[in-house]
Design a protein around this ligand. Structure first.
Ligand code: ADP
Length: 476
């Protein structure tokens, strides 16, 4: 059997309590079953470059990590990855900061990480690279002579061609993607936006799930990421989950609660969410004193200015709504900047009558799936979900909202809060079926199967029979 080598910016931590962020959580769940090597950044920054590898065993896994130098951290991580690619790939061109020095840092880290990984690779390895930090990784490994299958999974959306072309070096990035054998996207829409770029911007051709350009062929498919639904369900009724559930319900004393759980990030639509809750209290006065919003949002990337601004804005907004509507025995918005252990989080989801997940744009959004998994099937809460989360493509039985439409969200909240038990059960059953079938195992096994079936990895060329695109870029 092939050994799996996973590459991602952050590695671990394996400890449940310390993690927040979809990628870290998904990879731990995926790798604890498959075993293998997990390679990436330690999370530590050193003043000078230091490429010494740290090796650590964690059950069937070997964690292989390196530090980032202060320059790399600034240029590659805070710079090109989080201030250029992250906003751009979430369709937020207005927030993109581009700087050639940052791009050079990005190239430098992709190259040096590939060089550090190369000696660890064995003859039968399958290499699975994750996310926007490492778009150049396969190209760097190929330069070093790697001929093993290399796949890439993009956890965030793929942007429309017109937005991607605003980034200098867009073609270099897309060309580098063709050094992978398999490209995985969260949704078919993301995959199709990649195909659109290939056809319309660089004159490539597409046939079925294969794209050909730059003399290379790559297979591109969607592999919607899931959660470990069965385990998360158990978390909700674990001792810790039950404890949180009971203390939350005792505190609520018959009132209802809406819950939001997100990293503090401008893609999550948090200001819009607070506005929608305020509108609910304005337009549905009978809800005042009867429902509260619990927003859990641990700080993230706090060295990037936009994240600092967002934090300050949200504190102001929560204060404003509370000042306007609070009673001595009722606080409308409870806003917590902290993390919870996963069992505790499951209990909080279960105690909440509505799960409010309203990103402006999101690759998938695992919180939506966790909320569903944690519910009591006999008396489930209602998921209110943004149409712009990748999860909305699968979770069609949620109450789907447009997060830019404050009034629409307020009305959807009222609908969710008043939803009859029968309808809540029906919707929940359908949602649970989806997240249980398309769970984390399904994601991992389908991606690895695709990677395992690659032939002629790393060979430039390959061919697909494709007609020339027509005027609209379509091939037959
Ligand atoms: P992203 O990957 O953009 O952070 P996702 O919704 O896909 O968004 O994943 C977020 C993950 O982080 C979920 O598994 C969620 O449970 C976890 N998480 C978010 N906030 C917290 C928190 N306050 N405490 C614990 N886990 C959290």
């Amino acid at each position: 059997m092939s050994r799996l080598v996973v590459v991602s910016n952050r590695v671990g931590p394996i400890d449940d309590a310390k993690r927040a962020g979809g990628l870290a959580i998904a990879l731990v769940e995926a790798l604890k079953t498959s075993g293998g090597v997990w390679f990436g950044w330690t999370g530590e920054v050193t003043p000078e470059p230091d490429t010494r590898l740290k090796l650590e065993s964690a059950g069937p896994l070997t964690l292989a990590t390196v530090d980032l130098s202060a320059d790399d951290y600034e240029d590659y991580y805070n710079g090109f990855a989080n201030s250029s690619l992250w906003p751009l790939f979430h369709f937020r061109t207005g927030l993109v900061q581009y700087d050639r020095q940052n791009f050079e840092g990005y190239e430098r880290v992709n190259a040096s990480f590939a060089k550090t990984l190369m000696p660890l690779l064995q003859q039968d390895d399958l290499i699975w690279v994750h996310d926007y930090h490492f778009l150049l990784f396969a190209e760097e490994l190929r330069k070093l002579g790697c001929t093993r299958p290399i796949g890439h999974f993009l956890h965030i959306p793929f942007p429309p061609r017109e937005l991607l072309t605003t980034l200098p070096h867009h073609e270099q990035l897309v060309k580098a993607l063709f050094a992978f054998d398999i490209l995985g996207f969260q949704t078919e829409h993301d995959r199709d936006r990649f195909f659109d770029y290939v056809r319309m911007e660089v004159g490539g051709s597409v046939l079925g799930d294969k794209a050909r350009c730059f003399g290379r062929t790559v297979t591109a498919r969607h592999f919607p990421i899931g959660i470990d639904a069965a385990t998360f369900k158990e978390f909700a009724t674990s001792d810790e989950g039950q404890k949180q559930f009971t203390s939350m319900r005792d505190m609520l004393r018959g009132r209802k609660q809406i819950i939001g759980v997100d990293r503090l990030d401008y893609t999550k639509g948090l200001p819009e969410r607070f506005n929608a809750f305020e509108r609910l209290l304005e337009d549905y006065p009978e809800k005042r004193g009867e429902v509260s919003l619990l927003q859990v949002a641990p700080p993230s990337r706090s060295e990037v200015t936009e994240y600092q601004d967002l934090r300050a804005d949200l504190e102001g907004m929560a204060g404003h709504v509370n000042g306007r509507f609070a009673e001595f025995n009722w606080t409308p918005i409870r806003y917590l900047n902290r993390s919870f252990a996963r069992q505790a989080l499951a209990g909080l989801y279960r105690a909440s009558h509505v799960g409010l997940v309203t990103p402006l744009r999101d690759g998938m959004n695992l919180v939506a799936k966790e909320y569903v998994a944690a519910q009591d099937a006999d008396d489930p809460g209602v998921l209110v979900l943004s149409r712009f989360a990748g999860a909305a493509k699968q979770l069609t039985d949620a109450v789907i909202v447009n997060p830019y439409d404050v009034q629409g969200m307020a009305d959807a909240l009222a609908q969710a809060l008043d939803m009859p038990l029968d309808e809540r059960r029906q919707r929940h059953q359908a949602l649970l079926k989806n997240i249980s079938e398309e769970d984390i195992d399904h994601w991992r096994t389908t991606f690895i199967a695709a990677l395992g079936s690659v032939e002629n990895a790393g060979i430039t060329g390959g061919s697909i029979h494709a007609d020339r695109p027509d005027r609209n870029g379509n091939v037959a």
